[in-house]
Design a protein around this ligand. Structure first.
Ligand SMILES: [Zn+2]
Ligand SMILES: [Zn+2]
Length: 331
């Protein structure tokens, strides 16, 4: 595909789409049912959230140990879940990295930053990708698995009120639909918290080493950030739900950072078909740090004055905001 039809690349190699980063119409002042329904289907559900929900249903149905097994902690099922989760991460993260960054299937078309991840002493093990893989596998996967183990144990022992499909089908579907929104709320506030100076320096700076992120950057976090990030799933320890909800939450937390950090506006699927990654908001966060703490449908950044939609006007506003606080801004 011809990416010059969709955006422009500067002499420095930065590709900016003609479209602006946005939040979708959920909180638009002017209510437009048609626009809302179109966005709900193609934007909120399709393609990504429906894919994650489908993956969660399959994982729950075919790969999750029974409640009889998870009622007591035992090495066997815990090791199995760890291995299963490791395999999922290797397959999902590896697929994007291999296709876009190793095979370079679409070269730098639709890539925001024309540079490729670097070998540099700045990174642990001398490369951005190796550092990213390390934190994802050594910290991200075990912490995801720990949350899953506790969740399954709580459900199996009746410590959480479990909704039954036969009696609460509407609630079960409704909660499934609300999970991505809950994730946004949780992500925004955790993210604001870890941008406070002390936590930023000690914890979140590791994730922000990725100024030019790639798929493996998504879950490249300090263990404390992983614990905070995955704690979104702990809501299902309190609110009556079904294990499928917790699994969807965890799968979403694990899989969504991949397109979100892919570094590409679109992934080409053929001569004239492509899938939107929806990662412009978060790409700008990695580039400028002090903008776009949220991502998705709820316009937190617009409400709290930190939104950058990619336009020169938003950039000037950001610089003015930072200058007022004596913080230097990137160009
Ligand atoms: Zn990020
Ligand atoms: Zn951040």
């Amino acid at each position: 595909m011809d990416d010059t039809l969709y955006g422009t690349r500067t002499a420095k190699g930065e590709w900016t789409p003609h479209r602006r980063a946005s939040y979708g119409p959920l909180f638009d002042r002017q209510f437009n049912l048609g626009r809302l329904l179109r966005w709900f289907l193609h934007g909120y559900l399709l393609p990504w959230n429906a894919l994650y929900a489908g993956a969660a249903v399959i994982l729950y149905a075919f790969t999750t140990p029974s409640t009889a097994t998870t009622r007591t902690f035992a090495v066997g099922w815990i090791a199995y879940l760890l291995a299963r989760n490791l395999a999922i991460v290797l397959a999902w993260y590896g697929l994007f990295h291999w296709w876009l960054y190793r095979r370079k299937a679409q070269d730098a078309r639709f890539k925001y930053n024309a540079r490729w991840p670097r070998e540099s002493k700045r990174f642990t093990f001398g490369s951005q990708t190796r550092e990213n893989v390390f934190w994802t596998l050594a910290s991200g996967v075990p912490i995801w698995t720990a949350y899953e183990i506790v969740t399954l144990w709580l459900f199996a022992n009746g410590h959480v009120h479990m909704l039954q499909w036969s009696r609460h089908p509407v609630w079960i579907v409704l909660i499934m639909l609300l999970i991505p929104l809950w994730r946004e709320v949780h992500f925004y506030w955790v993210h604001r918290l870890i941008h406070t100076p002390f936590l930023y320096k000690k914890v979140h700076a590791l994730h922000h080493r990725n100024t030019n992120p790639g798929p493996w950057s998504g879950l490249s976090m300090h263990p404390i950030e992983h614990i905070a990030y995955y704690s979104a799933a702990a809501i299902h320890w309190i609110i009556p739900a079904h294990p499928i909800h917790a699994l969807y939450e965890l799968v979403h937390l694990t899989m969504s950072p991949v397109p979100g950090h892919s570094g590409f506006e679109k992934i080409e699927l053929g001569e004239d078909a492509a899938i939107d990654t929806g990662c412009l908001n978060h790409y700008l966060h990695h580039k400028y740090f002090e903008v776009n703490y949220a991502d998705g449908a709820i316009p937190f950044d617009r409400w709290f004055g930190s939104f950058h939609d990619g336009s020169p006007e938003a950039h000037a506003a950001m610089k003015k905001r930072l200058a007022a606080r004596n913080v230097p801004a990137a160009d």
